[in-house]
Design a protein around this ligand. Structure first.
Ligand SMILES: Cc1ncc(COP(=O)(O)O)c(C=O)c1O
Length: 388
């Protein structure tokens, strides 16, 4: 055995690398690829937001901020969450500015998990959920959602997964990779389940700004849920700020205090110039958010209709920028479909099983690509399907 390997943590050694990477690496070596693979906006961050960061640098604002983030940013976040999602969090002690929603998820899980605790993870899901539970010393318990319910988790399935070790439930709406948005009745059923079993809900709402058909409902806004919800959000998706690495987490005081301990030892603070940029995004960025949302909606309508017309059955994703069509009619597995589509037609998509076993039989296509690229992808996918 390689000597260096003996030093590695067994937990880390046993983690599987993300299934998304493999396809990026394959596509990276090819020319002329139309990529529907990446999970990020195709917009550049608004100019006024970039300008605010530049100004902060010109003014020499290059030191650490408070651990929890600039107080003026937390005040803006507090006001934004109230006016947009009808949830109230104190800027003083219930909001922490983090290095992306990614770090918010990490500190939320580490703040609540003791060894052996179980966290229910609803799949198909963002690739980091189950690994982060494991890294925090917990046991992820997977509950699948399926196409027959438009990938909305069913309370009866949650009931089957709960044990006396269950501490929390991790949900995501709008969802990556399915685009599914949980509606009032879905959220209420989950909330009742959480209350019945006295569980916390980690609610990843990073795509909350990208909802196309109905007003968004935050889990924390439901009666009795604020005190048992850890709400995760950020600037990456709605504000097109992935590279700035800025997110935030809102939770009741005691949970926030615990998360802040981890954050201050592990991270100190989120990037200072990104925090100044985010203040501007929240103060003056709403028109740009609306414009981006409208643009995604147009692309969703075109792309999802095209998928269904070519015979790839796809529910209408109410949010985020992903379509998650079934490829079962082709007789190919998710991986076979994605690999052959890439090699034969140079269209990159992500096999659904990268997001959990229940994603098998589907592919994730990001429609955060130009209309011209989407049209080209549709042409190539049609040709591929006709040849099969
Ligand atoms: C559901 C979900 N949560 C969290 C993240 C991480 O976002 P951030 O860039 O804020 O770390 C992503 C990014 O793809 C995501 O899809």
């Amino acid at each position: 055995m390689n000597r260096t390997k003996t030093y590695l943590s067994k937990t880390v050694e046993e983690l599987k690398p993300s299934g998304i990477r493999k396809f990026f690496d394959l596509a990276a070596g090819m020319e002329g690829v139309v990529s529907l693979g990446v999970g990020e906006p195709d917009f550049v961050t608004s100019w006024s937001v970039r300008e605010a960061a530049i100004l902060s640098l010109e003014q020499g604002r290059t030191s650490y901020t408070a651990n929890a983030g600039l107080i003026e940013l937390r005040e803006e976040i507090s006001a934004y969450m109230n006016r947009t999602f009808h949830v109230q969090y104190s800027a003083e002690n219930e909001i922490i500015v983090t290095v992306g929603a990614s770090q918010a998820l990490d500190i939320a899980l580490r703040a609540i998990i003791d060894p052996g605790d179980e966290v229910i993870v609803v799949e198909p899901s963002f690739v980091s959920y189950a690994p982060l539970v494991t890294l925090a010393g917990g046991t992820p318990v997977i509950v699948n959602s399926d196409k027959s319910h438009d990938f909305k988790v069913q309370a009866a399935d949650l009931e089957k997964a709960v044990t006396n070790k269950t501490k929390a439930l991790l949900i995501c709406s709008p969802n990556n990779p399915t685009g599914t948005v949980l509606e009032s009745e879905d959220l209420t059923a989950i909330a009742e389940f959480a209350k019945k079993h006295d569980l916390l809900v980690l609610s990843d709402e990073i795509y909350a700004e990208l909802v196309y058909d109905k007003p968004y409902i935050s889990m924390a806004s439901l009666p009795g849920m604020r005190e048992r919800t850890i709400l995760i959000n950020g600037f990456s998706k709605g504000f097109a700020m992935t590279g700035w690495r800025l997110g935030f987490v809102c939770a009741p005081v005691e949970i926030s205090k615990a998360m802040l301990k981890i954050h201050q030892y592990a991270m100190m603070c989120a990037p200072t110039m990104a925090q100044y940029a985010a203040v501007e995004a929240l103060r003056n960025g709403n028109d740009d958010v609306i414009e981006m949302r409208n643009s995604y909606r147009r692309r969703r309508n075109y792309f999802v209709q095209s998928l269904n017309e070519m015979g790839l059955d796809c529910h209408i994703p109410g949010g985020a920028f992903y379509a998650f069509p079934s490829v079962k009619s082709t007789g190919l597995s998710s991986e076979e479909f994605a690999e052959r589509l890439l090699v034969e037609e140079k269209v990159a998509v992500v096999p659904g099983n990268a997001f959990g076993e229940s994603g098998e039989g589907h592919i994730r296509c990001s429609y955060a690509s130009s209309m011209a690229q989407l049209q080209e992808a549709v042409k190539r996918m049609r040709r591929f399907l006709e040849r099969l």
